[in-house]
Design a protein around this ligand. Structure first.
Ligand code: ADP
Ligand code: MG
Length: 328
C-alpha cells in the first residue's frame, strides 16, 4: 500500500476574464504530491505554473476542479478550517525583496505568520524567530534589520524562514531561486533539500531552469499553455523526454545529460495566446512532428512503456502506447 498523497489536485481549471477575452490559464491540471517528496513543474513563461501554485494554496479560486490536503477537502474548506489548512502550506516567491514588506524588520516579517495564526507572542515569538533564522544561516543579529539591507540570497533565506515559521507540510517554491546567482542558488537549493530531509516537507517546485528542477524533483510535470503534457520520474523525463515540447525544452539546455542526441529542430513561431489556444494538441502549431490529426482531438495523458513507473505523455505520436505495450 502506498500512502495517500499529502496534496492532490484534480482537473483544475482557471479562466480569467480580461478585456481581450477569456484567458484559459489552467486547463484540467491534476497533481499529486506525496509526503516528503518534491514535484517539479516546468514550462515556458505563461504556461500557467504560477496560476497552479496559487490555486493549490487557495490564494485563487479555481473555475473548476477539486483540491485535497491530508485527506481534507481543501477546495470546500472555509473559515477556521481553511485557516488551519493554510497554516500547513506556505509559498516562497521569486523576488525575495519584492515579496517582503520593506517596512517590516526581519523579526516582524518572519514572525508575522506566527502572530496571524496565534502560535507565539512576546519573548517566545522572538526566540522562535531566532531559531528559524539560525536554521537558514542568519541569526539574532539580523532581527532588527530590514529586507533591503540584505543581498538577494540572504533575503531569500528570510523568505524561507518566514515560510517555515508555521512548520508547514507543504511549501510551494515559485521560481524561488530563479533570481539568484548560480553559486547562491546552489546554497539555497541545498538548504531547501536539508529542510526536507529534516522535516519531511513536501515541495511543489516551480522553475524554468531544467537543471534546477532535475536536482530538486522526484517527479516532474511539464506544462504547456495551461496543460500538463508529460509527467514522470524527474530523471527519466529530463534524460529521455518523450513529448516534442519537453524535447524542445531539453534540447535548449546543452549541459543537461540526456540519453542520446535530441534531433528536434527549433519550434516554429511564438507561444499562442491562451485567449485563443489551438484546437487539439495545443503544441501542434509549433511542433516539428505535427501531423494533420494533431489538430483534431485533444490528446490525453497516456502511459508509455518506461522502466520508471507512472510516466505519462499527452501526444498521439509518443512511444508505444497501446495497453499491451505498456504491460510488456
Ligand atoms: P507562468 O507562471 O507559467 O509564467 P502564469 O500562471 O503566471 O504562467 O500565467 C498563465 C497565463 O495566465 C498567462 O497568459 C498570464 O498572462 C495569464 N494570467 C495570469 N494571471 C492572470 C490574471 N489575473 N488575469 C488575466 N490573465 C492572467
Ligand atoms: Mg510564474
Amino acid at each position: 500500500m502506498t500512502d495517500p498523497p499529502l496534496f492532490e489536485a484534480r482537473d483544475l481549471v482557471k479562466h480569467f476574464r480580461s478585456p481581450r477575452g477569456v484567458v484559459q490559464a489552467v486547463n484540467g491540471v491534476s497533481l499529486s504530491i506525496p509526503r516528503g517528496r518534491t514535484v517539479g513543474l516546468v514550462g515556458e513563461s505563461g504556461s500557467g505554473k504560477s496560476t497552479v501554485a496559487r490555486l493549490a494554496l487557495r490564494l485563487l479560486e479555481p473555475s473548476a476542479g477539486t483540491l485535497s490536503f491530508d485527506g481534507a477537502d481543501l477546495g470546500a474548506a472555509s473559515g477556521a478550517a481553511l485557516r488551519r489548512l493554510r497554516r500547513r502550506m506556505q509559498i516562497v516567491f521569486q523576488d525575495p525583496h519584492g515579496s517582503l514588506n520593506p517596512r517590516m524588520t526581519v523579526l516582524q516579517a518572519v514572525g508575522e505568520p506566527l502572530v496571524v495564526h496565534r502560535m507565539a507572542s512576546g519573548a517566545a515569538l522572538t526566540d522562535r524567530v531566532v531559531e528559524l533564522l539560525e536554521r537558514v544561516g542568519l541569526g539574532a543579529r539580523d532581527l532588527h534589520r530590514y529586507a533591503h539591507q540584505f543581498s538577494g540570497g540572504q533575503a531569500q533565506r528570510i523568505g524561507i524562514a518566514r515560510a517555515l515559521a508555521t512548520d508547514p507540510d507543504l511549501i510551494v517554491c515559485d521560481e524561488a531561486v530563479s533570481a539568484l546567482d548560480v553559486s547562491v542558488q546552489a546554497q539555497v537549493l541545498n538548504l531547501l533539500r536539508g529542510l526536507q530531509a529534516e522535516r519531511g516537507i513536501s515541495y511543489l517546485f516551480i522553475a524554468h531552469d531544467l537543471n534546477v528542477v532535475r536536482y530538486m524533483s522526484d517527479e516532474v510535470c511539464v506544462m504547456y499553455l495551461g496543460e500538463i503534457v508529460e509527467r514522470g520520474d524527474g530523471d527519466a523525463v529530463l534524460r529521455d523526454p518523450q513529448h516534442p515540447y519537453t524535447r524542445m525544452l531539453v534540447s535548449a539546455v546543452p549541459d543537461l545529460a540526456t540519453a542520446g542526441p535530441i534531433d528536434e529542430v527549433a519550434p516554429v513561431g511564438e507561444v499562442p495566446s491562451p485567449i485563443d489556444p489551438p484546437p487539439g494538441c495545443r503544441f501542434h502549431t509549433r511542433c516539428p512532428r505535427a501531423e494533420p490529426e494533431c489538430a483534431g482531438d485533444r490528446p490525453a495523458l497516456r502511459p508509455i512503456a518506461d522502466p520508471s513507473a507512472g510516466r505519462t505523455v499527452a501526444c498521439r505520436l509518443a512511444g508505444p502506447r497501446t495497453p499491451e505495450a505498456v504491460g510488456s
